[in-house]
Design a protein around this ligand. Structure first.
Ligand code: ZN
Length: 151
């Protein structure tokens, strides 16, 4: 039988093995660090936002567990070409998914590929691994002086 969890697992393994948008973005105009002390995940997000408020490019560097790297890879893919405002809505939807009840199916129409991370709900200690990149994104958009922390 087709198992959705296997598919989710495959996507996470793939994004962890070959993360998209990994590396420094030389012409970025926003950046921030993020740290998840629970797991030891570290991320740095680079963003280029144009005057119209569109995320033209985004990349990340870092060192962390498979979930944190796959989540950052999927997030950066999803953000390109979106406005900062749209990124805020995605962040809310992602947060909602990551903390929602297991009986609630992720809204794949809204979340797209990000829905593969719904599996973290079964492992509460991994939720912060999955949301770290989104907190770091917030810090980068706001040009926060101190690193984003999940704690
Ligand atoms: Zn982690």
């Amino acid at each position: 039988m087709f198992d959705l969890r296997d598919l989710y697992q495959q996507v996470i393994v793939d994004h962890n093995k070959s993360p998209r948008n990994f590396g420094k973005l030389d012409d970025c105009n926003h950046q921030a660090d993020g740290y998840n002390p629970l797991c030891g995940d570290k991320l740095h997000i680079y963003l280029r936002i144009n005057d119209a408020g569109t995320i033209e490019d985004v990349s990340f560097e870092g060192d962390g567990c498979a979930i944190s790297v796959a989540s950052a890879s999927l997030m950066t893919d999803a953000l390109k070409g979106k406005t900062v405002q749209e990124s805020q809505i995605m962040f809310e939807q992602f947060q909602h998914m990551a903390t929602s009840d297991l009986s609630e199916s992720p809204d794949e129409k809204k979340l797209g590929k990000l829905a593969v991370l719904a599996g973290v709900r079964e492992f509460p200690s991994r939720i912060k691994c999955a949301t770290l990149c989104w907190h770091t994104l917030q810090a980068a958009i706001n040009d926060a002086a101190s690193p984003a922390k999940t704690e």
